[in-house]
Design a protein around this ligand. Sequence first.
Ligand SMILES: Cc1cc2nc3c(=O)[nH]c(=O)nc-3n(C[C@H](O)[C@H](O)[C@H](O)COP(=O)(O)O)c2cc1C
Length: 189
Amino acid sequence: MRILGIMGSPRIKGNTDLLLDEALRGAESAGAEVEKLVVDKLRITPCREYYQCVKDGNCVIKDDMEAVYTKLLEAEGIIVASPIFFYGLTAQLKALIDRCQVLWARKYILHRLPEATRKGALIAVGATQGKQLFDGAILTVKYFFKSFGVEYVDQLLVRGVDKRGEIKKHPAALAAAFELGKNLAQRLS
Ligand SMILES: Cc1cc2nc3c(=O)[nH]c(=O)nc-3n(C[C@H](O)[C@H](O)[C@H](O)COP(=O)(O)O)c2cc1C
């Protein structure tokens, strides 16, 4: 079974990246084939509302999203990982998600996507302790998953981590990320 990790931070080897690596290692330990997409390295234009997608399920913008659509639809499991930027996901990740209006259109307008048989999880990390720190990210990722038939089954939310790689001082969070990946793979097998 295939699990796709979507790394939404621009900071390589930062907290999100390290947590996602652990989750993917956990998934691999349970027999999954894993792949990590580093969104910041991709060429993804934000949605321009051309609305071709509601007519034929395709986007007129030709960029790296073409390959991303295929990867999203081929994965049985998806892990979205992001730092919190202003109580939401990063702009890079939000651009990818907005371009998935294509998948939303295929599912809800053109009725061309099958019902949910796939599962997804969110990993998010922020610097502060705010009670509502993850509310925006959770809502966006839940609705993103729903738009192409992925059931939101798990989340790991880490507060109080800021500097690059500071997550290494939180072994419990890294262990929880490993478990999240392993559990997701086990749920799918
Ligand atoms: C543009 C920007 C906005 C941020 N906004 C928030 C925020 O609203 N709340 C918060 O707790 N941390 C915020 N942070 C801190 C990051 O979430 C934190 O440093 C995180 O550990 C970065 O993860 P990374 O190493 O994976 O990039 C922000 C950081 C940046 C650069």
